[in-house]
Design a binder for this molecule. Structure first.
Ligand code: WT7
Length: 587
């Protein structure tokens, strides 16, 4: 188990007003039984004349008064601001859909967006969705190796990037035969280099593009977005969502985030490169017509507090690592700011410490509501609602329409109180439809009609779920999943590295950090300098969040007789735990 989450919280239950928020918890059981996902599309009044297209639903299809509402408030890292109404975004995304069309992009083609956190991420992703392209966001901290894996696997035809990030793409361009066009968003620099033959300057193309565009019919089952996510073995795989996922994203934005679109200013701190940044940084809230705030800057307690105060943020969706960092910055920093606008706080990505739940109440006047879900589920699945009593340390209860279970090793449900595999009946419209071109792997995630999440958990007598840890070797560092194989692959490309084994090491702030055990090639000696060099090598090639913060040099790594590095053993030794079954260990 890679996590140390608290499964039997000693914190007392925090009682909530059972009538708060859009659910009435007194009706939870009845609501749960009667629930139908299809009803949500009716209830939310999502426009469906032309099938279901996320772009039409999120941007174009709102009533006239909503079209004039601010959809996006962008606060730049340099403290500048820009606003876009839904009408503005409709016009801009129409133009971008026309740009793509003129480049020959057709329905189903893959368009990836590799940008810093700027408004063009939203314009280009939604413009591509409108056309029927399958979009893929790429986190701007990714290095050449990480973007190559994703662009190669998806066969991306277009990449939208910036002059600053383009160098990393150029470094691997020769390995991407399917990539035909690179669109350069020249927001900050009009032109760094004269564009090459396959390159298009965004500003020029947009200036020429028509503002009129009609989305083609989009089937609810058509693929909309690919998110790459890490597993135990192999490189990251592309979890594919369909357009209909927006129904679940909108429903949970209403009932769990409790968004009230007429009045809320909603801040999701996740980067659009990750699923939280799309499902809840775009789709769900915009389908409801809510105003989203995007802050380009990085984490700093004072800056974040200033953002909340200045923009009168009402609903805030963030992550445990960030909350722990705010806690560490101290209450005296928090005390300098006015948080009276806040009315609902939620968290996702890692186990939320009971201390953090309660700290929220103390400092912001509201508890943090934990939500559990995954890239694969596409939307929140097990959650705390405004009206549900909070048991600090618990992820809450399944959303109506979600059947969850705790399964034994034969994939049969276990009774309350017992620990097992957390599984979900694949019913929500947001659940992934495949791993891109990896159907077999996708099928392997289903047993007895359940989707096996890869997490271990238990359910208590009251139906609350408690996270225990991952069932696999995947590392969760500050809410980002990192596959040990990816890091090991990057490490062994370093000239000095012979073998590498990577584990997650428990960390008080980041939940886990990536730790690498390395044996060196003949002629190399461990040194501080070499350690630094190896770290930097992974950081710049793979990703800034995935490099090993700790490296330990070993003469050799423990391997099975078939030559597989035994990460389990490395981890047990690191934690001082029993080594377990070592019968397959090589001599
Ligand atoms: C994995 C999914 C879903 C958005 C971000 C992550 C862990 C997620 C919680 C939570 C404990 C959590 C799980 C899960 N996780 N939320 N509330 N409590 N663990 O998406 O990258 O696909 O990661 O993150 O291990 O399986 P993802």
């Amino acid at each position: 188990m890679s996590s140390t989450a608290n499964t039997a919280s000693h914190y007392p239950t925090i009682h909530k007003d059972p009538t708060a928020g859009p659910f009435n918890m007194k009706d939870y059981d009845a609501l749960y039984k009667a629930f139908k996902w299809e009803q949500f599309a009716d209830e939310l009044n999502l426009p469906r004349e032309n099938g279901i297209n996320k772009a039409t639903i999120c941007i174009d299809g709102h009533p006239p008064e909503v079209m004039e509402r601010k959809a996006l408030i962008w606060h730049s890292a340099e403290d500048k601001q820009e606003f876009y109404t839904f009408a503005d975004l409709k016009r801009e995304t129409n133009k971008f859909a026309n740009v793509l069309k003129s480049l020959g992009v057709q329905k189903g083609d893959r368009v990836f967006v590799y940008l810093e956190r700027i408004p063009e991420i939203f314009i280009t992703l939604f413009g591509a969705l409108k056309l029927g392209a399958v979009v893929g966001p790429l986190f701007s901290a990714f290095g050449p190796e990480a973007i190559k894996d994703r662009l190669e696997d998806s066969g991306a035809m277009v990449v939208v990037t910036s002059p600053e990030l383009k160098d990393r793409l150029d470094a691997i361009r020769a390995d991407l035969p399917a990539l035909k066009h690179v669109i350069i968003v020249d927001r900050k620099h009009s032109q760094l280099h004269p564009p090459q033959a396959h390159e298009v300057l965004y500003s020029e193309a947009m200036a020429k593009a028509s503002e009129q565009f009609t989305a083609p019919y989009t089937d609810p089952d058509d693929y909309s977005i690919i998110h790459y996510t890490s597993g135990t073995t192999g490189k990251p795989k592309g979890a594919v969502h369909r357009h209909a996922a927006v129904i679940a994203q909108a429903a949970t934005s209403k009932y769990i985030l409790d968004l009230q679109p007429e009045t809320d200013i909603y801040w999701c701190t996740a980067d659009p490169g990750w699923v939280t940044g799309t499902s809840y940084g775009m789709f769900g809230p915009w389908a409801l017509g809510a105003t989203i705030l995007v802050y380009e800057g990085g984490f700093k307690a004072e800056d974040w507090y200033k953002i909340i105060q200045e923009h009168h943020v009402t609903v805030w969706y963030t992550a445990p690592t960030a909350i722990r960092m705010l806690m560490k910055a101290g209450e005296d920093v928090a005390a300098r700011f006015d948080f009276s606008s806040l009315r609902h706080l939620c968290s996702v990505g890692e186990p939320l410490n009971p201390e953090a739940v309660v700290w929220g109440q103390k400092v912001f006047g509201h508890v943090f509501h934990d939500t559990w879900w995954q890239t694969e589920t596409g939307a929140m699945h097990i959650c705390n609602y405004p009206c549900l009593d909070v048991k600090p340390g618990s992820m809450g209860k399944p959303f109506p329409g979600v059947e969850a279970g705790i399964l034994d090793e034969e994939w049969k449900p276990l009774p309350a109180g017992e620990e097992g595999h957390l599984a979900i009946r694949p019913q929500a419209p947001s659940i992934f439809r495949t791993y891109w071109h990896k159907e077999e792997l996708y099928n392997s995630r289903f047993k007895n009609g359940w989707y096996i999440t890869g997490d271990r958990a238990k359910m208590d007598e009251d139906g609350y779920y408690w996270f225990i840890g991952r069932a696999d070797d995947v590392i969760n560092t500050a809410g980002h999943l990192v596959g040990p194989f990816e890091v090991e692959s990057a490490l062994i490309e370093h000239p000095a590295v012979a073998e590498a084994g990577v584990i997650g090491k428990p960390d008080p702030e980041r939940l886990e950090i990536v730790k690498a055990f390395i044996s060196l090639k003949a002629g190399y000696e461990p040194s501080e300098e070499l350690e630094k060099d190896i770290k930097n090598f992974v950081r710049t090639r793979l990703a800034a969040h995935a490099y090993p913060r700790e490296i330990e040099f070993l003469a050799g790594l423990p391997k099975t007789r078939s030559g597989k590095i035994m990460r389990r053993l490395l981890k047990a030794r690191e934690l001082g735990l029993p080594e377990g079954d070592t019968s397959t260990l090589e001599d």
